[in-house]
Design a protein around this ligand. Sequence first.
Ligand code: ADP
Ligand code: GLC
Length: 484
Amino acid sequence: MTPVRVLAVASEVYPIVKTGGLADVAGALPIALKAHGVEMRTLMPGYPDVMRLVSNAEEIRHWPDYFGGPGRLLAGSHEGLDLFVLDVPHLYARPGNPYVTSEGVDWPDNGVRFAALSRVAADIGHGLVSTFVPDVVHAHDWQAGLAPAYLHYDNRPRPATVMTIHNMAYQGKFAPELIGSIGLPWGSFNVHGLEYFGGISFLKAGLQFADRITTVSPTYAREIQSDEGGMGFGGLLRERAHVLSGILNGIDISVWNPEEDPHIAYRYGAEDLTFRAANKAALQQQFNLNSSDEAPLLGVISRLSWQKGLDLLLEVIPTILGEGMQLALLGSGDRDLQDRYQAAARANPGRIGVVIGYDEILAHLLQAGSDALLVPSRFEPCGLTQLCALRYGAVPIVSRVGGLEDTIVDIGEADASDRDPTGFKFAPVTADAFAGSLRKANIAFHDKLTWRRLQRNGLATDVSWRGRAGDYAALYRDLMASRA
Ligand code: ADP
Ligand code: GLC
């Protein structure tokens, strides 16, 4: 196996900084790739949490003026991850969420902040760090989208490039004037470059210039080639379809392991699912729900945004109540949805429990104690919570889109595919179809054998990174061979 060196570029990496699934992927993939002969180092911005957590950070570069202030490149590690950290205090030394102010609005200089990240990625690509000259630069999402563009416009021998789309909805759009201050040529402002509806888009830059484009499920790879799913990039992706593929995400099965999970009330394995009852009881208590083993407990762990379809869940609350089910929701995001969920909880004490916030530990108890996990997304590039649910014996009820379509087998589909059923899928993504699947799930829940079978099939599903990391390794090797 030829060893491959890959520089990954990501704006968040679990367990250091996380706002969503991108961090989970960026944190787990480098470790899973080791078994496939891929040495991956990850470049990320030096946010305060990064500066605090990354040990043995060693300065390997210093610039008196990096995009308007002093900057350093550090090399260090954290929990098995080899990292490059771009420490530029005037860009990254800000508390809280990496992208938005405490008022929830984008930092006005996000364009410069993430151009700076991509600029150094390209420089590492050119050999800035003599001990780690990558064969491939792998950019994740718009925050890293300029890396392939810099490498292209630098016009020098360069490593191969891969752009992974985790979410088409975030496009990194800025005013064209930015081009002048981030060291790209004005010639890049055209329809075959960064230009996008009169402005520029960092995501477009990556999609345009990367040698290969991947996204996080085969179905999403198809969906984004349509005008609707492409969210403005359908045409570009159809043109580049020959270099576009979908590789499903996995989850870190050591972080998500009900047999050894320190965050749940009672640990259990596939053989002793009855112990989930203790977790259900603990969950009901934490969410102020009536204690009842008989009421099916539906769980949600999610960003509260239009993407996730959680306004539809509000619409089906009458069905949930009518069917004698309970709901426990953990989430944060849109103010309006937060308020409406809190109001729903107040109106239905003991039946609907809501925790607004981001709580990694509670997320584990939710997986261990919920009977079913809901993901009614309008679009979902892959989705990770349904994978965790399979591993914890919570039966997923999901919409039939993107990675949800690829990772869950509907109860009615056992014969059509070789895989055993693991959950419930509904389409179209409407409140009516959602309510229908909840009613079906309720019937199955009260048929203990059927429910156990779904749970066991879920537990037997491989949701790890093992095979999927192999797909990335094959992609890198294939790409290198095609450029040799
Ligand atoms: P997305 O990246 O679109 O938000 P994913 O399903 O891919 O969706 O990943 C979401 C990740 O964030 C999962 O690891 C999930 O457990 C976690 N998560 C989302 N919301 C919360 C929350 N409120 N508290 C704790 N973890 C959360
Ligand atoms: C995005 C997507 C989600 C995916 C995650 C990791 O945030 O919304 O579907 O699982 O990235 O790839």
